[in-house]
Design a protein around this ligand. Sequence first.
Ligand SMILES: *Cc1c(COP(=O)(O)O)cnc(C)c1O
Length: 327
Amino acid sequence: MDGNLFVCYLLNRRIRFNKSMKINSSPIQEISSSLLQAKDIRLLLKRDDLLHSKISGNKWRKLKFNLLKFKELDVEKILTFGGAFSNHIEATAAAGKAYNFPTVGIIRGEKIEPLNLTLTFAESCGMRLKFISRTEYREKNKPDFLEKLKKEFGDFYALPEGGSNALAIKGCREIITETEEQLEILPDYFCVCCGTGGTMAGMIAELEGRAKVLGFSALKGDFLTQEVVQLLQQSESPLYENWQINTDYHCGGYAKWKPELIEFINDFKRKNKIPLDPIYTGKMLCGIYDLIEKKYFEKGTTILAVHTGGLQGIAGFNARFGQLIDV
Ligand SMILES: *Cc1c(COP(=O)(O)O)cnc(C)c1O
């Protein structure tokens, strides 16, 4: 059964289905290449980009338990925050349309018209957009600010930027439980790309110290380790020591790129028929290949990398920078 129907059921309790059925797991696909063969590495890709027909990748994992909670609370709408190209804004808007509830997006920075593709899509799903200055945006988690928003929009269920809260982390744990159901062995490494670190925190929590988790930061700076620690604490998980965040492959910062990255993404798609986005998954896989090249992983290592989706961002990226990424 499609994840779509599952949540329809849980939200409406109308659709009948066999209770033992769960959301379809995302498929795991083995990648082959001469590099992998030469270095004796197995690379598996968990295709969370295929998890749900409307809401892509890790954003669906993060929304799932939040949508259930939202329904329980009986508030009317969901309000959330993000940048103008945010995958989370896109996913929340799509969820609102798919499951028929109102959404509000508080967008960082001034309104630029015409709206970009992400925001045009969000509006077409019925999301109300409010643009606030970057200074104001920094205040967004303060109670006063939320109160002001409640005066403007009425009562709402608030999701943080990037969707990362304790329930999101619970959803991301399922990346691991699913993988364990699907594979007979536990991979040596789990790789994932990081924005807020929420997806990684969920994986770390569920692994309980087993295997190794390697995060690839999409942002410049070293603050993500601390963020992951905080997210683990928030979800009452021990901190564990089997994980690390690599900051070598962000190409200069969030949404920055280099020709090598574009070349890698296009080449990967040609060879494997799998699209990667330039903000997250492309950088992670570029990093994994480079680390394999540099013999970071021992011979015989099995790596499972999570394709967290984000493919909606390609069109906007191409619109901004020229048709760099083959579609
Ligand atoms: C949002 C996003 C991430 C970052 O996830 P976090 O849980 O915030 O670290 C990674 N990949 C894609 C494709 C995303 O859209």
